[in-house]
Design a protein around this ligand. Sequence first.
Ligand code: HEC
Length: 137
Amino acid sequence: MKTYQRFAITLIMMISANVAFAGNDGKALFDKLCLSCHVISGKPMIAPPVFAVVNHVKSAHPARSDFVNYIVQWVANPQVENALMPGAVRKFGVMPKLPYDAAQVRLIAEYLYDGETARPAWYIEHYEAEHGHKPKH
Ligand code: HEC
């Protein structure tokens, strides 16, 4: 087993233990349930950084309700053939299915849509190199 896989499994165990204790604030829930893999800053090691996720999902689903519904169904059942981020799937593998509460994921998705997901300059360059244009959102 590769080191990052062992790391991911440890994280999943930690996250599962956290689910019961997270409240109903989208940011706090995100920090507890998603941030360990989807970093805000620093080098992404096991999953794309949060601003990359938000950017890809907003490009495909610009309306708030569609964006939120996409994330809720994705987290409930990540399927490689539906992934909006095939490059991330190749790099990190598909996101594992995690035992999250759908109502909590909805709060997280609303927070991600409304929140400021600042993008560092390196990401804009990386996106442009990969997609041929600057990120739209
Ligand atoms: C154990 C690590 C891990 C955790 C925890 C995690 N993710 Fe992910 N996620 C990934 C990886 C790896 C990818 C990139 C590959 C892919 O798209 O499946 C990803 C991709 C995504 C995508 C892009 C989907 C697409 O269409 O490609 C969304 C949206 C997402 N995650 C949301 C979340 C949310 C919301 C949470 C918290 C509730 C979360 N993730 C927690 C690992 C994780």
